[in-house]
Design a protein around this ligand. Structure first.
Ligand SMILES: [Zn+2]
Length: 475
């Protein structure tokens, strides 16, 4: 066995021991106890305390220098930038996490000891933020610490530079994050983002994801006249906006969920995205709804439909008074539309595209609202950083990780991919049934332990191989 592979094994074992001896849970419990509910306007001091009292000293012990910055959008919570630079010649990895959590919902917990105390029950570690996101960035900080200690013991450094960005507003939509990253582009300059949030594909399958689908919401509305009119006297004389709007929607998306507007359809699925999705099964866990096999774009597998394609949905539809219907032609109708879309879909002209399509089909008087959009991102699965992470995790776990080219859901990864221009590799440490955002949020102990091991392996391999990975920063 070479020196390096013995060292790697020791670092991975040390990361597991860090869990087994209770030190990981001790650190996590201290962090969970800080009530960082960003949705609660009174949480400012807690958000600040999380960074100053927990992150700054924890990272400082590893040789990071930290700066806590006010949010460029007051009164939202502060952001921490920490860096540990070994050499300008080495590549730099940016890590990201969020210290804020969703409201505790204290009264609704049925397990553990409420949201602010980490309580172990079987393989579950209950507590607000254990999964989203305190547990996840705590795993990454702890794994980094174990690798650093192991390498320093043999007289070496980490072998790469690390920066940490920790925000405290993610659960309120990351206010100020994009502006902050634009302002701090130089301070955050790196060669890749490696971060952890969200769930694995399955609890026992380590997963990589490389971006997320985007999301766009927009309203369709039609008002024909001021008030309702008796349907016996006026039915047949007056256009019914409820009928017209339903037909307008039907010309955008058909009765099987196929999008009919060319400009809202994605480009063909790249072969390497298709290959990554081969064999992945979504749903099927207890409590999951039955997947509709005849829904969505024909010819695609369910995995391709949810990960590699666009969807156009009706979230809400209102005409007349649904609670107390009366025999009248309603004056107006309104629908809230919702699109999930993949990289390559042009949403900058979304409103114009929808308007033009509706006009061409005789629905020119349906009003199309301005869309609120979160952009889509997806790193090329063949990117060298992806292949590196796949190899490393396979080496640690004996099995290649699931590779999701992007999540079906959405996250503000465009801040990292587009504003900072980084290849983005996400390694989630939670699982779908973690009750994130609900009472009884928990982290699974075996997943956390394995995540500590595989992140230690990843950091170890980065130290050995970083020089061979593509660079964005200047030498
Ligand atoms: Zn969350």
């Amino acid at each position: 066995m070479s020196v390096s592979s013995a060292g790697r094994e020791q670092a991975v074992a040390a990361a597991a021991r860090h869990f087994d001896d209770g030190h990981f849970v001790r650190d996590l419990a201290r962090r969970v106890a800080i009530r960082t509910e960003s949705q609660n306007p009174a949480s400012g001091p807690a958000l600040s305390a999380y960074l100053h009292d927990e992150m700054v000293p924890s990272l400082g012990a590893l040789g990071f220098t930290s700066q806590v910055h006010p949010n460029p959008e007051p009164p939202y919570g502060p952001l921490l930038v920490a860096q540990r630079i070994e050499s300008a010649d080495l590549p730099t990895v940016l890590m990201y996490g969020h210290g804020d959590v969703i409201r505790g919902q204290d009264a609704s917990w049925t397990q553990g000891a409420g949201p602010w105390t980490v309580a172990a029950d079987g393989e579950r570690l209950y507590g607000r933020g254990t999964a989203d996101n305190k547990g996840q960035h705590s795993i990454n900080i702890a794994a980094l610490a174990q690798v650093l200690a192991a390498r320093q013991a043999s007289g070496r450094g980490l072998g790469f530079n690390v920066k940490w960005l920790i925000e405290t507003g993610e659960e309120t939509g990351s206010p100020g994050l994009a502006a902050f990253c634009s302002e701090q582009r130089d301070a955050l300059a790196a060669d890749a983002l490696i971060a952890s949030d969200g769930p694995r594909m399955r609890r026992d399958r380590p997963t990589l994801f490389l971006g997320s689908r985007g999301v766009a919401n927009f309203d369709l509305s039609l008002t024909c006249r001021a008030g309702g009119h008796h349907s016996g006297n006026w039915g047949g004389l007056l256009r019914n906006p409820g009928v017209v709007l339903a037909n307008a929607i039907a010309c955008l998306v058909d009765g099987r969920g196929r999008i009919l507007v060319d400009a809202l359809r994605p480009p063909p699925i790249p072969a390497n995205v298709r290959a990554a999705l081969q064999g992945l099964v979504f749903g099927g866990d207890p409590g999951d709804p039955e997947v509709d096999t005849d829904w969505g774009e024909p010819g695609l597998t369910p995995a391709e439909r949810v990960i590699a394609w666009n969807t156009l949905e009706v979230l809400a539809y209102r005409t007349g008074n649904p609670d107390f219907p009366v025999n009248a032609i309603p004056p107006s109708a309104k629908a809230t539309m919702h699109m999930r879309f993949v990289v390559g879909t042009d949403v900058t002209q979304l409103r114009e595209h929808v308007r033009a399509h509706l006009s061409a089909h005789g629905f020119g008087d349906v009003e199309v609202g301005e869309a609120t959009v979160m952009n889509a991102t997806r790193l090329d699965p063949d990117d060298a950083w992806v292949r590196f992470a796949q190899r490393s995790i396979e080496r640690s776990t004996g099995e290649p990780p699931v590779l999701l080219p992007n999540l079906g859901g959405s996250l503000p990864n465009d801040v990292f991919a587009d504003i900072l221009g980084l290849p983005t590799v996400w390694v989630p440490h939670s699982y779908a049934a973690c009750s994130q955002h609900a009472p009884d949020e928990h982290l699974l102990a075996p997943v956390a332990r394995q995540a500590l091991e595989l992140m230690a392996g990843l950091f170890w391999d980065l130290g050995d191989e970083a020089a061979s990975l593509p660079r964005r920063t200047q030498r």
